[in-house]
Design a protein around this ligand. Structure first.
Ligand SMILES: C[S@@+](CC[C@H](N)C(=O)[O-])C[C@H]1O[C@@H](n2cnc3c(N)ncnc32)[C@H](O)[C@@H]1O
Length: 217
């Protein structure tokens, strides 16, 4: 994603439905002291967890987002580690984390089976994975996002051009998603990795066209 991550952040950071999703992830991880944030991006969720005094290891293949996270969290650097790492090959010891966060990441991982096997390996016994993603029809809800963003003041000059932005965003997602899953596929993937699914529900960001899932080792 490179520096596009800043545009991504500008787009989502103050969007109500994105914040509802982020709060859901944060709440689900409330009983976890040491958390691995996979595909942390610019690290908005890592930031929230750090402010709750958790120990956070944030990984992503995009080092630029991690750099921005470190710069924002300089006063909490003793509890934050950032590492460039592919989610399907985690370089951590077995049983390392109480919780793993993977917000809006799973669809973009080329090999979700390897990723979930790694999740099972590095989670402590009874540790929790909290994940969310989009399904094939998720683009149908994007028009709703633009209504939410219209008049917010962060996109002056482009607000008359939502259709063009909508098209580009849709193409960007299509070019980068490697696995489209619905709730049924997700349950199967998690269970086949030996994870115990505790909850599967709608993703508030995608309003009926995505999923939120929690599972335990
Ligand atoms: C849609 S963004 C989500 C960012 C953040 N978690 C959020 O919810 O705003 C997907 C992120 O996953 C990262 N990513 C994609 N494939 C990855 C992989 N195989 N390993 C680690 N990170 C990956 C991307 O670089 C990007 O930052």
């Amino acid at each position: 994603m490179g520096k596009k991550i800043e545009l991504y952040d500008k787009f989502f950071s103050e969007m109500e439905s994105y914040n509802i999703l982020m709060n859901w992830h944060e709440g689900q991880l409330s009983d976890c002291d040491k958390v691995l944030d996979v595909g942390a991006g610019i690290g908005r969720l890592s930031e929230k967890l750090l402010k709750k005094e958790k120990e956070v290891v944030a990984i992503d293949t995009n080092v630029y987002g991690l750099k921005l996270l470190r710069e924002r969290m300089v006063d909490r650097k003793d509890r934050l580690q950032t590492m460039a790492m592919d989610a399907s090959m985690l370089s951590f010891a077995d049983d390392s984390f109480d919780g793993i966060n993977a917000m809006l990441v799973l669809p973009f991982i080329k090999n979700p089976v390897s990723f979930l096997n790694e999740v099972k390996r590095v989670l402590k016994v009874n540790g929790k994975i909290v994940s969310s993603g989009l399904s094939r029809d998720s683009w149908l809800v994007m028009n709703g996002w633009f209504k939410e963003l219209d008049g917010c003041g962060r996109f002056e000059g482009v607000e008359k051009n939502w259709d063009n932005i909508f098209y580009k965003l849709n193409m960007e997602i299509k070019n980068h998603v490697h696995n489209w899953c619905n709730a049924h596929d997700i349950r199967k993937l998690f269970e086949e990795a030996g994870l115990k699914v505790e909850y599967i529900g709608d993703n508030p960001l995608y309003r009926g066209n995505g999923y939120c899932v929690t599972a335990r080792k």
